[in-house]
Design a protein around this ligand. Structure first.
Ligand SMILES: Nc1nc2c(ncn2[C@@H]2O[C@H](COP(=O)(O)OP(=O)(O)O)[C@@H](O)[C@H]2O)c(=O)[nH]1
Ligand SMILES: [Mg+2]
Length: 328
């Protein structure tokens, strides 16, 4: 019986032959295995691939313990915050990055297309948020450097596919994160598990809602996870609810934008200072300049809660959108 292998298989096979490291070899083999159609004609071939993968896995585990730091990516933080797009293969992470930013990742209907992190800037109103596309988190094989960049990030977008089994996808991704001592949390949860876990604010993105027109799957997902995490339903491909998603990402980050102005002048609406929620006028002036903070007398504020130009002291807790005139 002929194997009838699709062209992507031969591409993956070529990558395998060209692969220099164990990691690269394994990724290529995994891709070959996933791409390969499952029928009698490919039984033997699939068996051989699995054998090769498990042998490499053994080797790499040995190596990994001795050279943990050998493979490290570092993504320079840009913009107001750095957010990781994570999740199982094929859920649409790369598609979303290409929709929201100028980055052009490879998008394909077979898994393990993304091997390296790729960053792009997403514009939200007057700020930019850095989105980072990552290789898939699938039990069995995960790029070992992935958890390092997740730990360094400001938040996670856990993406799942409404046309597959999103419940299982959420569960298995969280399980893999926890194995690496990363604890994704939603808004309401307090920090937990002491110092052992790196706690990361997380938004669940339910993608491909075009394939769930009755929202049946989305409703089940919400029923089970909405009490733990904020969830948003989108279609990256059909561009549905992408603005709603951006709002949710901003909300998850717990940051505020504060503008400064000189007396008698207009404020610069293009260059807000980014601060964590809960920060005060004092924190802002420290951020601007140390000396500034020392000489600070009072500020005038134009904001949502105060009268126009009202005077506030350094203890005043800032709100998103506040405009301040600092006096010393
Ligand atoms: N129907 C539908 N397909 C999508 C959507 N988003 C992505 N896809 C498709 O899903 C496949 C996997 O996408 P990709 O971005 O490579 O997934 P990744 O592995 O998570 O990066 C591609 O064929 C995409 O075109 C969507 O919103 N709706
Ligand atoms: Mg991808």
């Amino acid at each position: 019986m002929p194997a009838n292998l699709p062209p992507q298989y031969f591409e993956a096979e070529k990558e395998y032959r060209l692969a220099k490291t164990t990691q690269e070899k394994m990724t290529a083999l995994e891709a070959m295995l996933t791409i390969m159609p499952k029928h009698k004609g490919t039984d033997k071939l699939r068996g051989q691939l699995r054998k090769k993968i498990s042998k490499l896995k053994g080797d790499s585990q040995k190596k990994y313990t001795t050279s943990k730091k050998a493979f490290a990516f570092n993504i320079d933080r840009e913009g107001a915050a750095q957010v990781m797009l994570i999740g199982p293969p094929n859920v649409g992470k790369s598609e979303l990055l290409s929709r929201m930013t100028k980055a052009s990742p490879e998008v394909a209907d077979y898994p393990f297309t993304t091997r390296k992190p790729l960053a792009g800037m997403m514009i939200y109103e007057d700020i930019q948020i850095q989105l980072v596309d990552t290789p898939p988190i699938a039990s069995g094989y995960i790029e070992p450097w992935l958890f390092g960049i997740i730990r360094n990030s400001d938040g996670l977008l856990l993406m799942v596919d409404l046309s597959e089994d999103p419940l299982e996808q959420v569960e298995s991704t969280i399980a893999e994160l926890k194995k690496s001592s990363i604890c994704p949390i939603g808004k309401q949860q307090a920090e937990k598990d002491g110092g052992k876990f790196a706690v990361k604010q997380t938004l669940i993105i339910a993608n491909k809602n075009d394939l769930d027109p009755s929202c049946e799957t989305y409703d089940i997902l919400k029923e089970l996870y909405a009490f733990k995490f904020p969830i948003v339903s989108i279609s990256a491909r059909e561009k549905d609810n992408l603005d709603g998603m951006k709002k949710q990402v901003f909300k998850m980050l717990d940051i505020i934008r504060v503008y400064t102005k000189a007396p008698g002048k207009a404020f610069d609406s293009k260059a807000p200072f980014i601060l964590k929620k809960g920060k005060t006028v004092q924190d802002l002036s420290e951020k601007i300049h140390k000396d500034f903070a020392k000489r600070f007398k009072y500020a005038k504020i134009w904001g949502s809660e105060k009268y126009k130009g009202q005077m506030v002291q350094k203890e005043y807790v800032l709100k998103d959108g506040d405009i301040l005139e600092l006096h010393m």
